[in-house]
Design a protein around this ligand. Structure first.
Ligand SMILES: NC(=O)c1ccc[n+]([C@@H]2O[C@H](COP(=O)([O-])OP(=O)(O)OC[C@H]3O[C@@H](n4cnc5c(N)ncnc54)[C@H](OP(=O)(O)O)[C@@H]3O)[C@@H](O)[C@H]2O)c1
Length: 329
């Protein structure tokens, strides 16, 4: 009998608890926005923690104590620098393990186990379980590659595509953004059981493990990434002239691509990117679906604020356009 010890058997491991709690917090914040205005917490700190960028109240209308914790929104690039370095290192360790049989560093194994990673008794392997492990290893490898490619593209966009205004984020949001990409990478890695020598179990060529969901996940990932890039280009061009020179830092109405359907087309693409990773995991990885649920509610909340901002700022704003999900919300 194949021996999966620990977290695979328990519904609530530390990572699942964490992603569920984050998803629930953003769902609650979203539900609060849908309640009558008088019931909404008017506390400036609460508003500062759930809004950022163009939907934060402008400058002098916010208390000085709140403004003291502002961090420039262009520091989003720090998230992607962290992610490229951290998730690049995780990818390096995983590749060394899968292709060369090199054990993971002890500190990383301890960290993964404390987060609920599973262990596998190699000598008890059945062929069916061995095949499932191979598929899971390929899924984790691909998702980590996707995460790294996504972060690299976003870093490129922050430096060479996006035009940032003086918009701000709260220092707590900044710190969360840094920790977020560390946690996402650890979540991916913790899905693959290691054997008792801290090596990922792989008995055949990695490519031999490929299944339909790996191919579909990859197609979805590159398709949604291309749309997100296009949306960021559209936003950037709103602030440039025909020669590509930045001429202002105001907010205008975006048109084209998925913006024809929703106000926050780049957030919709972000959601599809995370769904593509759930597909790559074979559609049945509960932990990853909790990550997707968190991304769904956090992006839905920001999209809700963006939509309100556009509708209250521009009288000519397209009436048929939804906030986040085409034809629905
Ligand atoms: N996975 C996650 O948890 C997570 C969380 C947050 C964000 N993200 C992703 O990160 C990406 C960037 O997020 P974001 O919140 O910064 O997106 P955003 O508010 O749409 O901003 C993207 C860029 O476009 C500019 N911009 C926005 N609206 C504009 C308008 N109406 N006219 C002209 N320029 C405009 C912004 O400038 P200014 O804002 O500087 O004015 C910024 O440079 C998104 O794709 C999002 O999905 C992911």
């Amino acid at each position: 009998m194949a021996g999966w010890a620990g977290a695979e058997l328990s519904v609530l491991n530390p990572l699942r608890t964490l992603w569920s709690a984050l998803a629930a917090a953003f769902l609650l914040a979203l539900l609060l926005q849908l309640t009558p205005a008088r019931l909404l917490p008017s506390c400036a700190l609460f508003q500062d923690l759930i809004r950022y960028g163009k939907t934060k109240q402008s400058g002098s209308r916010r208390p000085a104590i709140c403004r003291a914790f502002d961090v420039p929104k262009r520091y989003f690039s720090h998230f992607y620098i962290t992610s490229v370095l951290w998730n690049g290192s995780l990818l390096w360790f995983l590749s060394q393990s899968l292709f060369l049989g090199a054990p993971f560093p002890n500190w990383l194994c301890a960290l993964l186990r404390s987060l609920g990673a599973t262990q596998f008794q190699a000598q008890e392997t059945e062929s069916k379980a061995s095949r499932m492990l191979g598929e899971l290893a390929l899924s984790a490898f691909l998702v980590l590659v996707f995460l790294w490619v996504h972060s690299l593209r976003r870093l490129f966009e922050c430096f060479y595509v996006s035009v940032f205004s003086n918009a701000a984020i709260h220092v707590a949001q900044y710190c969360f953004g840094l920790v977020y990409y560390v946690l996402v990478g650890l979540t991916v890695l913790s899905q693959v059981p290691m054997d008792d020598k801290n090596v990922y179990v792989l008995r055949k060529n990695l490519l031999m493990q490929a299944r339909w969901f790996h191919i579909l996940g990859m197609i979805m990932f590159f398709w949604s990434s291309a749309h997100q890039y296009k949306c960021h280009l559209i936003l950037s061009n709103l602030r440039r002239n025909k020669k590509g020179v930045v001429i202002h830092c105001q907010h205008r109405i975006p048109f084209g691509d998925w913006f024809e359907y929703v106000s926050s087309a780049n957030y919709l693409a972000e959601l599809v990117i995370y769904v593509s990773m759930a597909v790559t995991f074979g559609l049945h990885n509960l932990t990853w679906w909790l990550v997707v649920t968190y991304v769904f509610f956090s992006q839905a909340l920001s999209a809700f604020f963006n939509h309100k901002f556009y509708r209250s700022t521009f009288v000519s704003y397209p009436k048929h356009r939804k906030a986040f999900l085409p034809f629905l919300f």
